[in-house]
Design a protein around this ligand. Structure first.
Ligand SMILES: [Zn+2]
Length: 454
């Protein structure tokens, strides 16, 4: 494992690269042959190459022939679930939870989670993801992996009411202990799993804690239309209404999936749009033969932030946000029957600025502009699958492969250089995981962490 590089001067120069400019609205643009200067983790300038006067003592990355993009944001995942990649295929949602994932998760130890998180961090660094929103058990071990890897993450400790008050209190203690650590790269949201696994009283208590601590909530809700129908049948309100009534929307919520969000929910979400976002993870909806998909057009029309996620690799199989954003574009065009909708610029915006805003980091990351933290992916679009290169934005949305990402920088620190991940010892992590996976998949004990019956 190489040493993670950071110049002793705290200064970094990425020279001669093209830059993807992602504006708040309108078309993304390509700025040609730019120098990006970074000081103490912050972008100081993005200017035509050679114009910046001396940047002595800076670590220099030769960006010629590469395109600098804002690091991608994975707005919903369960990073340690990489341990279950490919272990729950060709099953319904109900069987995925009850026969595979929740029984397997009852085998997980804190050490398993630590290893899974480290592998996930390596995969995300390798594909240009610089920030992720995580939701899982043993969150301290994930936070340690994030700290070591150099990535940025918002971590929500998964909570089920079946786990009891002690678990709720330890969620809150994790938030109090970890929010803002790793030079601000680790933030925390509270993570009630879903309105169907967490009762209203616990949702209220967690929302109160979130408000007290100035944090948000990260929760699965209205994941599919069946959940919305079941909630209406059982209790006369939609899952989004439950989030409203329990104060979750008021605290601020990152809602995973939201495919069952209906017209009537939109005003509630719109009223909290400043702190509410929905993460769309289309690959898992397609795999589970679910429809409709996240109502992205209606949400954006209501002023609600939409972001792109992979969900865990037990469903998505990769943590590749290029793949996820491509599927967002394709499925949204198909869903609304409009080929002009979800164009390449809007798609790229969702996976960068949209993700940042969804995590409450809209002023921190998501664009390569002076004052933003320096979270940068340098992408090589010279491969035959991207050529001829008529439109870099189209290449990023429809042609690029995760392995085209050459170099990744977070907070001004180089985490991957020329495809070498510098902060995770991938062979060692894989060797340890290989020793453990057999035990993980043995579910003959018949136990499960939870039962799916929304
Ligand atoms: Zn999820």
């Amino acid at each position: 494992m190489g040493k993670a590089l950071r110049s002793p001067s705290g200064r970094l120069l990425v020279s001669g690269c093209d830059v993807l400019r992602v504006p708040l609205t309108g078309d993304c643009e390509i700025l040609r042959e730019q120098d990006i200067t970074v000081a103490d983790g912050v972008i100081e300038s993005v200017a035509p190459s050679g114009v910046t006067s001396s940047f002595d003592g800076a670590e220099v990355i030769d960006g010629r022939g590469l395109l600098a993009t804002p690091g991608l944001v994975n707005a919903h995942t369960h990073s340690p679930m990489v341990l279950m990649r490919g272990a729950a295929e060709d099953v319904s949602v109900e069987a995925w939870f009850n026969q595979r994932v929740w029984p397997i998760e009852s085998n997980l130890t804190a050490d398993d989670v630590a290893l899974g998180a480290r592998l996930a961090c390596a995969e995300m660094i390798g594909s240009g993801v610089t920030t992720f929103a995580d939701h899982y058990f043993f969150p301290e071990r994930i936070a340690e992996a994030v700290t070591e890897s150099g990535l940025r993450a918002d971590i929500a400790p998964t909570y089920f009411s079946s786990r009891g008050q002690e678990a709720l209190e330890s969620s809150v203690a994790f938030a109090e202990g970890w929010h803002g650590r790793a030079d601000g790269r680790v933030t925390v949201s509270l993570g009630p799993h879903a309105p169907y696994t967490v009762d209203d009283e616990d949702l209220r208590t967690l929302a109160d804690h979130a408000r007290r601590l100035g944090l948000r909530m990260h929760i699965h809700a209205a994941e599919n239309v069946e959940q919305t129908e079941s909630s209406l049948r059982r209790r006369g309100v939609t899952p989004v209404q439950v989030l409203h009534e329990t104060g979750v929307l008021d605290a601020g919520a990152l809602i995973a999936h939201g495919c069952g969000i209906g017209e009537g929910d939109l005003p509630l979400l719109a009223a909290h749009a400043e702190r509410t976002a929905v993460a769309c993870c289309p690959k898992v909806y397609l795999k589970h033969a679910l429809s409709p998909l996240t109502p992205v057009r209606a949400l954006l029309g209501a002023g609600v932030t939409v972001a792109v996620g992979t969900d865990g690799a037990a469903g998505h199989n990769t943590l590749d946000v290029w793949e996820a954003l491509r599927l967002v574009a394709l499925t949204q065009k198909q869903a609304v029957g409009d080929a002009t909708w979800m164009n390449v610029s809007d798609t790229l915006r969702l996976a960068t600025r949209g993700g940042a805003r969804a995590l409450g980091l809209g002023d921190v990351v998501g664009a390569l502009e002076p004052g933003m933290r320096a979270d940068i992916a340098l992408v090589d679009l010279s491969g035959p699958h991207c050529r001829p290169l008529h439109d870099e934005r189209a290449a990023l949305v429809y042609s690029v492969r995760a392995s085209d990402v050459r170099t990744v920088i977070v907070d001004g620190r180089v985490l991957m250089r020329d495809r070498n991940v510098l902060t995770v010892d991938v062979p060692a992590v894989l060797a340890e995981i290989d020793e453990r996976v057999g035990r993980l998949l043995d579910i003959s004990h018949g136990k499960a962490v939870q039962h799916y019956d929304p």
